[in-house]
Write a protein that binds this ligand. Structure first.
Ligand SMILES: [Fe+2]
Length: 401
């Protein structure tokens, strides 16, 4: 025998809050009723929005819902009764029992008032008989009939008492609310899952787009290399040294920052694509006008990169790779830490590589002389901390004292 109906409602409420899956929740309720209330059978039909009918999710007991009766259509008299709220006119309790139907059928005055009532009550009784139910309880959410709980007669006593009817009505109502909540949560989880899948696809597309863009820019940078015999192989070396530099500096570079630096080191002179060949390859000193065009390669490079959101940071680094530590560089004359660290790194390794490289009109400087130049311009053209780190890189990679 169930301990107390208030306690039972509290127990089931705890379960209802915990269980997020609507079908599982229904099964727990029907099994609980069958076990605790000792009724001959229980069943619960829930509204199936897609097919617009009430479907039995679970039934327990000696007389389980026959397989031929797995659904209740919207024109089923029982469903219509609860949907139309006719009960409010006829009965006090929010449920229908076979005893109540019999009483109404026996009330000649009532039947006479509405000629359709008798046949409808008969059909309701037939539905309940098919389900071996002696009482059924509607569950509403707002005005919508979400489900109907069917309960058979009790073992032993047969009839359900008023307390039991009230308990079952409360349960049907609470269960409907819990099922609605569980349905919302399930729908929400499905939406989140679908959204995450979409985001994954977007990320993949963006990654592919990014790689395609990067490949195009690298191809452009290679075109610059091909145009200028000096730059052939220059960028690979500069990239390697620049990344090694970071390891000897007291700065934190995560993988993302390393990747950005690597791209910037590789592409820093891509803007030379926009510099006329006669200026790029001129052996003598550049005129002032030619020098202006040459200096413009930093802006052109930045413009090429900033078109893609993922390369805006790289564009900024490229824009400032000819700024000098003392503010005497271009294009903005930034000084010290106003210049991005990555730009200051490029400035040192790029200048060093340029000094040691052979040009058509001059031979490259020996390493010791180029190192002396770095030291000489440290604090003026170059960031001293970068020069210090770079000298360690050289010591490590080419064993120069
Ligand atoms: Fe440059």
């Amino acid at each position: 025998m169930i301990r107390s109906y208030q306690q039972a409602i509290r127990d089931i409420a705890k379960v209802m809050v915990r269980v997020k899956n609507p079908t599982r929740l229904l099964k727990i309720i029907t099994r609980y009723l069958y076990r605790e209330m000792q009724v001959k059978n229980t069943a619960m039909a829930i509204y199936d929005k897609l097919n617009q009918r009430y479907v039995f999710y679970d039934s327990r007991g000696d007389n389980r819902v026959p397989k031929s009766l797995i659904k209740l259509d919207l024109d089923n008299p029982l469903v219509r009764w609860f949907m139309k709220h006719e009960k409010r006119i006829m009965i006090e309790k929010d449920c229908i029992t076979t005893d109540l139907i019999d009483n109404m059928l026996a009330d000649g005055q009532l039947i006479e008032q509405d000629p359709t009532l008798g046949p409808r009550l008969e059909k309701m009784k037939e539905t309940m008989r098919n389900l071996s139910a002696c009482a059924c309880f509607p569950g509403y959410y707002k005005k919508d009939l979400l489900g109907i709980l069917f309960v058979g007669s009790k073992n032993g006593t047969g009839h359900l008492c008023d307390d039991e009817l009230l308990f079952l009505q409360t349960l049907a109502s609470d269960a409907s609310m819990a099922i609605k909540t569980a349905e919302y949560q399930e729908a929400l989880l499905n939406k989140i899952k679908a959204l995450e899948e979409s985001l994954g696809v977007i990320r993949l597309l963006r990654q592919k787009d990014r790689e395609k863009y990067l490949q195009t820019i690298i191809a452009l940078a290679n075109t610059v290399d091909a145009k200028d015999s000096y730059t052939c192989g220059h960028h690979e070396e500069v990239e390697k040294w620049g990344l090694m530099c970071v390891e000897f500096m007291n700065v934190k570079f995560n993988n993302n920052k390393r990747e950005i630096l690597s791209t910037a080191l590789r592409l820093h002179d891509v803007g030379k694509l926009g510099v006329p060949d006669e200026i790029l390859h001129k052996k003598g000193k550049l005129t002032e006008e030619e020098w202006v065009k040459m200096k413009d390669h930093v802006r052109i490079g930045a413009k090429i990169l900033e078109h893609h959101d993922d390369f805006k940071t790289v564009a900024k680094i490229i824009l400032h790779h000819h700024e000098n530590f003392d503010g005497s560089g271009y294009p903005y004359g930034l000084k010290g830490e106003e210049i991005p660290l990555e730009s200051r790194i490029i400035s040192v390794v790029d200048a060093f590589h340029a000094m040691i490289s052979d040009r058509p009109y001059r031979k490259g400087l020996p390493y010791d002389e180029a190192i002396a130049e770095l030291k000489k311009w440290s604090g003026r053209q170059f960031d001293p901390s970068v020069v210090e780190a770079f000298l360690k890189v050289l010591q490590k990679s080419i064993h120069v004292e």
